[in-house]
Design a protein around this ligand. Structure first.
Ligand SMILES: O=C(O)[C@@H](CO)OP(=O)(O)O
Length: 258
């Protein structure tokens, strides 16, 4: 039996402003920093001590891991990072306001872009200032591997090689593994772990900053489907808030980009 802990980064500045983020390297908000610290505290209280940490290459996940580990006095843990744990690339929607996008294109299209399994948003142009093709951190990747847009199915495809090649070997060696990543890269992993259908995954949302713990059997399948949030009550409320992002009553308060 192995223990796997999934942690979505704390609220980012663009989460707070209601903007599609994807691969844009946005930092945590003040609230996100507090959520990350709370995540570390929850791990400590539950007596869960990871042996190894995996993060994406984006600072909101990296800083969440650092803050949570600092809180749990575990800053010394080995950490590995991969672009394969990055957020889903949101294509031409990156930087756009969710509520305005919903108003402009309608509820149906908004939901398809946000939560359908296999329909990606329109691609971002390579010369767009919010494209990642020229970022130093991806310089080692062949250009064709850098997404211009992704649907969740694309995220499953690029995340699973990392799961099998880097995370499963840690679990097989009896290490407790902490993965600090993103709403949609974690949805992709949960879809795989819990064997969720392409249709049902549309309804699954992951809250920021609350550790989700899975005990896995010898085949790395969950003993309990869905795992367990360390703060189930807070998770329930936060899941609802993620689901309702972009809804009229829930417009981002910050700058509006068209
Ligand atoms: O903007 C994003 O990158 C993601 C996560 O914050 O948003 P959503 O929940 O709408 O997929």
């Amino acid at each position: 039996m192995a223990t796997l802990v999934l942690l979505r980064h704390g609220e980012s500045v663009w989460n707070a402003e209601g903007l599609f983020t994807g691969w844009v390297d946005v930092d945590l908000s003040g609230k996100g920093e507090s959520e990350a610290a709370k995540g570390g505290e929850l791990l400590l209280d539950a007596d869960i001590t990871p042996d190894v940490v995996h993060t994406s290459l984006l600072k909101r996940a990296i800083r969440t891991a650092n803050i949570a580990l600092e809180e749990a006095d575990l800053l010394w843990l080995p950490v590995r990072r991969s672009w394969r744990l990055n957020e889903r690339h949101y294509g031409a929607l990156q930087g756009k306001n969710k509520a305005q996008t919903r108003e402009k294109f309608g509820e149906e299209q908004f939901k398809v872009w946000r939560r359908s399994y296999d329909i990606p948003p329109p691609p971002i142009a390579d010369d767009d200032s919010l494209s990642q093709v020229n970022e130093l951190r991806y310089a080692g990747l062949p250009s064709e591997l850098i997404p211009r847009t992704e649907c969740l199915a694309d995220v499953v495809d690029r995340m699973l090689p990392y799961w099998y090649d880097s995370i499963v070997p840690d679990l097989a060696a009896d290490r407790t593994v902490l993965i600090v990543a993103h709403g949609n890269s974690l949805r992709a992993l949960v879809k795989h772990l819990d064997d969720i259908s392409d249709e049902a995954i549309a309804e699954l949302n992951i809250p920021t900053g609350i550790p989700l713990v899975y005990e896995l059997d010898d085949d790395f399948a969950p003993l309990k489907r869905g795992g367990e949030y360390l703060d189930p009550k807070a998770a329930k409320a936060a899941i609802e808030a993620v689901k309702n992002q972009g809804a009229a009553k829930n417009q981002g308060a910050g700058k509006k980009r068209k």
